[in-house]
Design a protein around this ligand. Sequence first.
Ligand SMILES: CSC[C@H]1O[C@H](OP(=O)(O)O)[C@H](O)[C@@H]1O
Length: 344
Amino acid sequence: MKALQWQGDHLLILDQTKLPFVEQYREIHSYKEMAEAIKNMEVRGAPAIGAAAAYGFALGAAEYRGSGEDFKDYMDEVRAVLEGTRPTAVNLFWALRKMEDKFREFLNMNDIGNIRAALINEANEIAEDDRRMNKRIGEYGNTLIPEKANILTHCNTGSLATVEFGTALGIIRTAHESGKKIHVFAGETRPLLQGARLTAWELLQDQIPLTLITDNMAGYLMQQGKVDMVIVGADRIAANGDTANKIGTYSLAVLAAAHQIPFYVAAPTTTIDLKISGGDEIPVEERDDQEVRKIMDVRIVPDEVSVYNPAFDITLAKYITGIITEKGIISPPYSVNMVKMLVR
Ligand SMILES: CSC[C@H]1O[C@H](OP(=O)(O)O)[C@H](O)[C@@H]1O
C-alpha cells in the first residue's frame, strides 16, 4: 500500500481516514485540495505530508494562469496555504522550502515555461529520497534488534506515514525480512487510532506477528517484562534531541526509563530542526475536540464536558536511548552528535 503516488498531472492519495475497512483513493488536482487532505489527515505522517506538500506546491504552479509578473506573489500564497495545514511536522516546512528554492531558481532564470516540469521533478526527488532514507533507517535500526525481540511501537510510522516502507515500522519490516522472529506490540493510539487502524493493517499485510494493546496497557506490559525495546517515529527533533511525536509517546518514554527498557526514535534527518534548541520551542498542534468526543463517529462524551486534544507531545532527550537516521544512529549527547551526523 502507498499513501501517495504521482500520476503525471495529479497526486493519488489513499484516504487514511477510511482505513482499515475501506480502501478509498482520492485524486488531488490542486494545491487547495492538497491542503485540505493534509489538514483532514487523509494523508498523514511527517514524511508523507512533506512529500504531499511538495506535490501540492507543484500543483499550485501548474494552476497559475498569469503572465508571470505576479507568479512570485501567487506562489507565496500557495506556500502559505500549505504551511498553514499542520504546524508540528518539520518535514512539511523543509519540503516547501526546497520547492521554493527550486521555484526561485527558475524564476531568476526567467524560465517560466519549464518551471512546472522542474517543480514536479523536485517533488519526485523528495519522494524518492524519502523512500531511500527509510530503507537506510531500516538497515541501521535492524542492527539494534535482537532475535525474538518484543518491540512496542506507537501510532503509525509505516508506508502510510511515509512515501514508502516507513521509519520505525521500516526497522521492524527490515528485522522481520532478515529472518528475526520478532513480535510487535502496537498501541491503538487514541484519539484517531493510527495504531489500531493503520499499523495493525500494515503488519497484518506483511504477516508480522502483532498484538494490539490499548494505550493504557503499556506500563503493565513493561512491568511484566514483556517489552524488550520501544521504537517510535518523530515529527520534529530539536537540536538537543527533544522529540515531538504522537501524543502518548512521552508517557511511553518515561515508562521505558522506569523499567530500564531501551527507547529509540526513528526518523530521516529531514525531521531534525537545528533551528530550535529544545522541545519547548516545537509548536504542538491542537486539533478539533470532536476527535476525542467520538470514536469512528460514535459519540462517547456528553457535549457539556470539556475536552483537550493535543496531537503531539514532547519527549525529553534524556529519555531517548538513540535516534536512528538514514546516516546512522545518533547517541547522546545529541546537541554534539546531531551536528556531527548531519555533516557526514
Ligand atoms: C514516520 S513518523 C510519522 C509520525 O507522524 C504521526 O503523526 P500524525 O499521524 O498525526 O501525522 C506520528 O506522530 C508518527 O510518529
